[in-house]
Unconditional design. Structure first.
Length: 164
């Protein structure tokens, strides 16, 4: 075998290996960033659901106050933020449910007419993570970089607690 026919093979193999290693490292960075964002959004969702559930006292002013709870946590000088505290939390959905047992998916309402019997508050928060390498998958799936967190809290006789 001629040595000249093998020249350049190491360079080609190294280049291919480097591209693969950089791709895996990049995906690891993007996925790690998404986990961090999920953690930040989950902390906000838990706090907002607890705050809203604590205000549910069966009265219309209590329900109105519960509707304001997520916005209060996301604004002001000590606002909860995501992306390492740099981005405001804006995409929040607050819904309420009645009952003593776990609510089913059809019982959640965003605008209940009366506050009577509502004990559960569910906060869903979403954000589009700023990714670099996962952007290649966005043409295949629109919400490839969407991160979401959900939390449910219930008002009991004594206090409020996280339910899910």
């Amino acid at each position: 075998m001629d040595c000249r026919s093998e020249r350049g093979f190491v360079l080609i193999a190294t280049c291919i290996a480097m591209v693969m290693l950089l791709a895996v490292a990049g995906l690891g960075i993007d996925i790690g960033r998404m986990y961090l964002i999920k953690s930040e959004l989950q902390a906000y969702a838990d706090a907002a659901a607890l705050s809203a559930a604590m205000r549910l006292d069966g009265s219309d002013p209590g329900l109105s106050s519960a509707r304001q709870a997520p916005a209060e946590l996301a604004s002001g000088p000590h606002a909860m933020r995501w992306n390492m505290g740099t981005q405001p939390i804006t995409e929040v959905l607050l819904t309420f449910a009645k009952g003593d047992a776990a609510p089913d998916s059809n019982s959640w309402q965003s605008e209940p007419k009366s506050a009577n019997g509502y004990r559960f508050a569910r906060v869903t928060v979403t954000a589009h993570a700023p990714v670099i390498f996962l952007r290649a998958f966005e043409p295949f799936k629109d919400d490839a970089s969407l991160v979401a967190a959900v939390s449910v809290a219930v008002r009991t006789q004594q206090a409020a607690r996280l339910y899910q």
